[in-house]
Design a protein around this ligand. Sequence first.
Ligand SMILES: Cc1ncc(COP(=O)(O)O)c(C=O)c1O
Length: 391
Amino acid sequence: MTVGELLAEYGSPLWLADVERFRSNLRRFAAAWRREWPDTRIAYSYKTNRVLAFLQAAELGGAGAEVVCESEYLLAAGVIEVDPARIIVDGPAKPDSLLARAAAGGALVLADSRGELERAAAHGVRRVGLRVALDSFTGACTRFGIPPAEISAAAGAAAGLGLTVAALSTHLVSTDFEPASGRIVASWPRSPDDHVGAAALLAGLASELRPAGHHVATIDLGGGFPAAPAVATHARAVAGVLRAAGFAGALLLEPGRAIVADAVELAFTVIAVKTLADGRRCLACDAGINLVPGALSDPPRIEALERHGALSEALVTGPLCLNTDVLHPAAQLPPLKPGSVLIARSVGAYQQVASTQFGEPRPAVVAREHGEWCLHTPAEGQGALGAVRVP
Ligand SMILES: Cc1ncc(COP(=O)(O)O)c(C=O)c1O
């Protein structure tokens, strides 16, 4: 089916989830790392995109799951049937119920603080990682993890609670507030140097813990990586620094964007075309920041389905009565009219999961497997807004 036929069948807007692309992204990402560090393990970062077909593809592709809330744990362990030993429980605010489930399944819990070690032990967790706090790319102090200078004491505390410190982890964040303006800024992918710095720090801490009897078998570098083939540079540099530091264990990675960003597109429709008082062409569309909230700081590439005529700038706006409901401030687009179809490219990471019901209920998802597009998730009905009796 063409995009036009899919829209006619399932309505507009419509999420297009390319499972084949996801699968090949994962395969190529893992291969790039294993060429440099054979014992590389991948835990797909569920928070990035939880379309079930992607989660199944991750499991079939040999990836574990990095989860940050109980629903994600239940998806991984209950629905996708990931071996709990390959589930990584991360996140800054793990409820007791999540810790209890992780304990029962034997998942690896990445402790965010000393206090969390105590709660984890109280709920029966036996195997933990310590998340090491790294400053943000803006230079700001992070709120995630335990400062490097306190890792040795935290490992001692863990041992005192009967916990095995199996891993040291970190994650190089991709978004933050710019210190001067307070604006949201994005930095993705993070550079090979940033990951080398993180790997060197974690490997150094692992050696420091050894004399105290802690054998850190796994170094977990989180996410923030580009997709293959670009990630090969990161892999080579990280493997080099781990070898130089004498680390010989497993390397765990939690990629999100690298695997799923370009596996999803959003098809949507121009509802109205007008010229603003300042002469700009404005396209009012049926999708906006309600579906692609990341457009506020990082507008997606937008293309027209039909490419006839010369390209010129257009302000692409959504259906909300917010001046900030802008998908793109100046997309290069051909002449368009009401009913024209637009495609937002590479919106697989953090958009569907963060989309809202501000305006209409959420749209349907179609998925491509074996060359065919099929309905994956129907559009939410009006019942999702409480309007169960529509006249
Ligand atoms: C702990 C952790 N791991 C992995 C990821 C995935 O990061 P990315 O999508 O940049 O690969 C995130 C994203 O926020 C994260 O917080």
